[in-house]
Write a protein that binds this ligand. Sequence first.
Ligand SMILES: N[C@@H](CCC(=O)N[C@@H](CS)C(=O)NCC(=O)O)C(=O)O
Length: 212
Amino acid sequence: MKLYWGPHTCAIGIHILLEEIGAPYETEQLDVAGGATHRPPFSGLNPKGKVPTLVRDDGTVLTEFAAIATWLARMNPAKALLPTDHDLEARAVETIAYIEGTIHGQGYARIFNPKAFEPQDVVHQTIGLGSGSVSAQGRKMVEEGFAILDPQLGHHAFAVADTFTIADAALFYAERWAPQHDIILPVNIQRHYEMMLDRPAIRKVRQLWGEA
Ligand SMILES: N[C@@H](CCC(=O)N[C@@H](CS)C(=O)NCC(=O)O)C(=O)O
């Protein structure tokens, strides 16, 4: 297996899962900020131009955090990274979908790349967004997203259960961006973030990524 990743990206969540599993894997670092994911040879591998991207041992390519995480969990059932209980499994999928789609895809995306969201015409520039810039709007979305997830972290130590699951890997990648943008995490999410920072697999990956 080979994971394609880039500094500061959500691919860290998949790298953490690979470490939690403990099976052999390779990685390749890309200059994501410099646009390497949109150029050959990577663009031939994943035309979406995104990391995480996983090339499996049979040569097939898997994209999208949720799909890669689910596949890794199902291929390594002994690691219990995705609950077999149907309700808890649904909660894990629900949490990952919200992190990927709303907190990351809507909120952080506006902070990271406001130009992609800037209205193009005068009408929208004057009345479309109300007060505040696109990045301020993104920040509000991220804060609201964490506030919505916070209560579930009050019910158990990890994101959806009393053990680490793929939802924790997703939550960690989103939490990790917060201090970089002066976003204050709500109390239960902050506790979770600190707990994640102490986890051996996460310590190791952060060292490999030059973050610790
Ligand atoms: N929906 C994708 C989103 C992945 C994504 O947005 N990756 C970012 C890094 S966090 C990326 O590769 N961006 C490069 C670009 O858009 O140029 C997933 O869940 O895997």
